[in-house]
Design a protein around this ligand. Structure first.
Ligand SMILES: Cc1cc2nc3c(=O)[nH]c(=O)nc-3n(C[C@H](O)[C@H](O)[C@H](O)COP(=O)(O)O)c2cc1C
Length: 518
């Protein structure tokens, strides 16, 4: 179903000042072939179509009637109205060669009499859209944008659809819109594998934590909210939750990573920016948690409450997950990274939902302080959707953890990522920056740990091995002889470190203890 974004305006608006990305066919939609088909009477829709073609490298096809429309405006409106009212199918002059070879079809037109011109119906009914992805776009003078985008979707029922775009003729915002729908496309086409099975656990501090399955972050019926009567794709019974992916029992984990997928707070790109990330990080030795936080119409603050609870749960159950509670990192993609930033800036420590929803009664889990040892900002920044927050003193006051930034040089937000990472570094926070040449927004893992995952692992390993809180702090048994004894994170003695699996170990001797990463 099409998602017509209430927030798209804000997301897109910020991009007007961004330098345009260079056109490189194949960077978007996993390199699939793109067609940009459009009808345009006075040139506005053509301009938008050309911009889409420039960015995606797609082939342009101008839909032209056999009988041209009058060049006089009033006469044209009369013909258009008559066609609409008679449900006409004006004939099209040429056909698209090799239509079957295209996977993604942008289909655009002006708004005519509150809807799409009838020639768009002729076009839509001339081809088989089964298995294709259709992306509607339109230009308009003032009204009926959403109705026209919906009409294009309705005319192509066999296709799947991505979020549409409408403008009054300006091409600013096209780059960011395409970045966004590229993520959406990745999500739709990721194969749908990798979500966890298993049961659903309640958000308790008691009892063992699940090693797979889902943890509800709130008890149903007791979800603090300021947004009333929300309706979105999660449905009315949705309970914000996180899905659990853990390392094998034989592996001593290095720590935990809480993963927030992106999607402009309109959807969650849970496959490409959730499950795929967990499947990359678990073999590296991290207990992973993919957070299904609330999306619009809920506010970012309500989403932040969900992420708080995820962090609290993992910290409360650090022993179950065999990690040091100080070794919990966050990673977020696009809006998911912005959400991480919101929690790190404004929702640390014992702050809880009652400061947003006064009637909320904190429970035991709310007594667990919210902290994270590091954050991965993958095409993301501190700030809010589409606007980075670069005030150095505010960032300094927040005492932020080390940050790993990674973005593509072709991302429409590249300038803002640079500004934000610079500001965070000036605020005294450790930053590590990776820029992927030629990559757009929304690449997820990039398909291989070598894209950025291995660097992130090295960054986390360094941060976590430097943490001082120490798994050794709980009373591990000492050795009477005063020799060094090696323990795993569960407190079991490791007889031979050389044959033990990689992970965190505690070396304890008469002079003290220290943590090592093997
Ligand atoms: C026949 C006709 C009907 C139109 N109806 C609407 C309308 O219902 N709502 C609107 O906002 N603009 C309407 N417009 C304005 C066009 O949608 C707008 O100017 C558009 O950007 C033109 O695109 P084009 O230059 O690609 O033809 C209409 C224009 C024409 C010629």
């Amino acid at each position: 179903m099409l998602l017509f974004l209430a927030c798209a305006g804000t997301w897109l608006a910020a991009c007007a000042s961004e330098p345009g990305a260079s056109a490189r066919a194949g960077e978007y939609f996993d390199g699939r072939r793109v067609l940009v088909a459009y009808f345009s009477w006075s040139g506005n829709t053509q301009r938008v179509a050309q911009e889409i073609g420039r960015i995606t490298g797609g082939d342009l096809f101008r839909i032209e009637p056999v009988t041209p429309y009058p060049t006089d405006y009033t006469e044209c409106t009369e013909v258009a109205l008559a066609e609409r009212d008679s449900d006409a199918r004006p004939a099209i002059r040429e056909t698209v060669a090799d239509f079957d070879d295209y996977d993604v079809v942008f289909l655009g037109c002006p708004v005519w009499w509150h809807t799409a011109p009838m020639i768009i119906a002729t076009f839509a009914e001339s081809y088989d859209f089964e298995g294709k992805t259709v992306v509607p776009f339109c230009t308009y003078a003032s009204t009926y944008r959403d109705e026209t985008l919906q009409r294009i979707a309705d005319l192509t029922p066999a296709a799947s659809h991505l979020t549409g775009f409408g403008s009054t003729g300006s091409v600013s915002g096209v780059q960011s819109w395409i970045d966004l729908i590229n993520e959406e496309w990745n999500e739709q086409n990721a194969g749908g594998s990798g979500s966890v099975g298993g049961g659903v656990a309640e958000p308790s501090v008691d009892g063992p934590a699940p090693m797979e399955g889902t943890v509800n972050l709130w008890r149903a019926g007791d979800i603090p909210a300021v947004t009333q009567g929300a309706s979105n794709s999660d449905g009315p019974d949705f309970v914000p939750n996180m899905e659990v992916f853990t390392v094998d029992e034989s592996v001593a984990p290095k720590g935990a990573v809480i993963i927030c997928p992106g999607g402009a707070f309109v959807f969650r790109s849970v496959q490409a920016e959730g499950y795929d990330v967990a499947h990359m990080l678990v073999p590296m030795g991290y207990q992973c948690f993919v957070v299904n936080y609330r999306i619009v119409p809920y506010t970012m603050q309500e989403s932040a409450l969900d992420l708080q609870r995820a962090i609290r749960y993992v910290r409360a159950h650090a022993a179950d997950y065999r990690i040091d509670p100080a070794d919990i990192a966050l990673v977020g993609f696009s809006a998911g990274g912005i959400l991480n930033g919101e929690v790190l800036l404004n929702w640390r420590g014992l702050a809880n939902a009652s400061s947003l929803v006064p009637s909320y009664q904190p429970d035991e889990l709310d007594n667990v302080p919210v902290e994270a040892c590091a954050v991965g900002m993958i095409y993301a920044f501190y700030g809010r959707l589409s606007v980075s927050m670069n005030d150095v003193e505010t960032l300094r006051a927040a005492d932020l953890p080390p940050a790993f930034y990674c973005w593509g040089s072709n991302d429409g937000f590249a300038g803002q990522f640079r500004q934000n990472s610079d500001a965070v570094r000036q605020a005294g926070c450790e930053t590590e920056v990776h820029i992927l040449q030629g990559y757009p927004h929304g690449y997820g893992t990039g398909g291989s740990p070598s894209v950025w995952g291995n660097d992130f692992d090295a960054f986390l390993t360094r941060v976590m091995s430097g943490n001082a809180s120490g798994i050794a702090a709980p009373a591990l048994p000492t050795d009477d002889e005063g020799t060094t004894v090696v323990y795993d994170t569960s407190g079991r003695i490791v007889d031979d470190l050389s044959t033990a699996p990689s992970g965190v170990y505690i070396l304890r001797s008469a002079t003290g203890s220290r943590k090592i990463l093997k």
